[in-house]
Design a protein around this ligand. Structure first.
Ligand SMILES: *[C@@H]1O[C@H](CO)[C@@H](O)[C@H](O)[C@H]1NC(C)=O
Length: 402
């Protein structure tokens, strides 16, 4: 008996079982099924394949390097500094052409500072005093400029004074920018060279248009419509594309982000892979106290006697931050197969949904249910022997019906 059973299972291993379909002559469910199929087909072709390029393998690990070069010249005339000519080596900080660069648009120079004794700036609260005892000798002025000498310097009996300090003297004066000193900085240009690679596809390119016209780079200026592949940008154009007026930003300084976006469809060939540029202002908030960007730097000199002195510059300007993003796609059989497969599986889900509607929501659902879920013919028989024979019976009947 047990042997028979084993044999039965063993041979049934090689039976091919096909699914059984019930044709439901129900127009509503039929239309619903076709609609679902149509939607899924539309999704698969329109969204997955055409819009999202589901047939492509992508590489988002873009490798890139950016080199910048500033051009332009400006002249300033101030009481402290006199007449000054500003070239890229003066207003571009740092000068080596990095992806983050700062362009000076406004400045305050404190020339001829020497180490010596002078009063602390009245802006520094810690340096205020009424008598010499307030200025303890050797004490460092917190967030100040130097070390106290022990003397309190007061104009008269009624005013608060400032401690005398040992520091780079004279101390920088108070400065409230009125307008940009390098007014024509908006006409300066940045030449951005960007080299990129997609290592997965061994693809490399640069944003400089490949042309045989040697004077192209001398003449061209980036313009979204007329000249989208020119890598030379006027600073005024950059800020206006970011939605801000350059002159407004130039007084107190600011920060601009330049996004270089590479979106390459390598199936379309080398020449159709071009960067797109986007510009945004990075330092905007609702609170005016955070507006602006400035820092200080000093230039050191020695006079004929060998004594060191320095020029302190407080510079305001616009910082440009160049960021590169990108991805590339190329046809590959594996993502294609995966997307086709998942599409077909979704079709199956559509059939399942229609089944549910047909079997449980329609009026005639019960009769369909009876036909779909067939139990064993003889529910009363429980012995193993009978069930094997039942199977045989069922097989014969199926042969008849099909
Ligand atoms: C920038 O250059 C243009 C054309 O050369 C000139 O008309 C304009 O006055 C310049 N802007 C500034 C602020 O100097």
């Amino acid at each position: 008996m047990a042997g028979n059973l084993c044999k039965g299972y063993f041979f049934s291993l090689f039976d091919y079982k096909t699914e059984k379909y019930i044709v439901a002559k129900n127009k509503r469910v039929g239309v619903l099924y076709r609609l679902i199929q149509l939607c899924l087909l539309g999704y698969l072709i329109g969204w997955v394949f055409v819009s999202k390029k589901g047939y492509q393998e992508t590489d988002e690990a873009i490798q890139s390097s950016v080199i910048t070069k500033l051009k332009g010249v400006s002249v300033t005339n101030t009481t402290e500094s006199g007449l000054l000519v500003w070239g890229p080596e003066d207003y571009g900080i740092p000068p080596q052409g990095e992806a983050v660069l700062f362009v000076v648009t406004n400045f305050l120079e404190t020339p001829n500072q020497k180490l010596g004794y002078c009063p602390e700036s009245p802006k520094v609260l810690d340096g205020h005093c009424l008598e010499d005892e307030d200025c303890e000798e050797g004490k460092l002025v917190a967030v100040g400029h130097g070390v106290m000498s022990g003397r309190c310097l007061r104009k008269d009996e009624n005013s608060t004074g400032s401690c005398e300090i040992f520091a780079w003297c004279p101390i920088e004066r108070k400065f409230k920018p009125q307008g940009p000193l390098l007014a024509n900085a908006e006409n300066f240009t940045i030449y951005m060279k960007n080299f990129i690679q997609f290592p997965k596809f061994k693809f490399s390119k640069s944003n400089v248009l490949e042309t045989t016209d040697e004077s192209y780079l001398k003449k061209c200026r980036y313009n979204e419509e007329l000249n989208p592949y020119c890598p030379i940008f006027r600073l005024g154009d950059i800020t206006s594309r970011a939605g801000h007026n350059f002159q407004d930003m130039a007084t107190f300084g600011g920060s601009i982000g330049i996004m270089i976006q590479w979106d390459c469809d390598l199936d379309k060939g080398y020449s159709s892979c071009h960067p797109q540029y986007h510009f945004t202002r990075l330092d905007i908030t609702n609170k005016t106290i955070t507006v602006g960007f400035n820092f200080r730097h000093a230039r050191y000199y020695k006079d004929a006697a060998g004594e060191t002195y320095r020029s302190l510059f407080k510079v305001y300007g616009v910082r440009f931050n160049i960021m590169v993003h990108g991805k590339a796609g190329k046809f590959s059989i594996i993502p294609t197969a995966i997307n086709v497969g998942s599409g077909l599986a979704l079709m199956g889900a559509g059939a399942f949904l229609c089944d549910m509607v047909l079997l449980y929501l329609m009026k005639k659902g019960t009769s369909y249910r009876e036909r779909k879920f067939e139990g064993p013919r003889n529910m009363k028989s429980t012995s193993n022997e009978n069930s094997v024979e039942d199977k045989k019976d069922a097989e014969e009947q199926d042969d008849l019906t099909s």
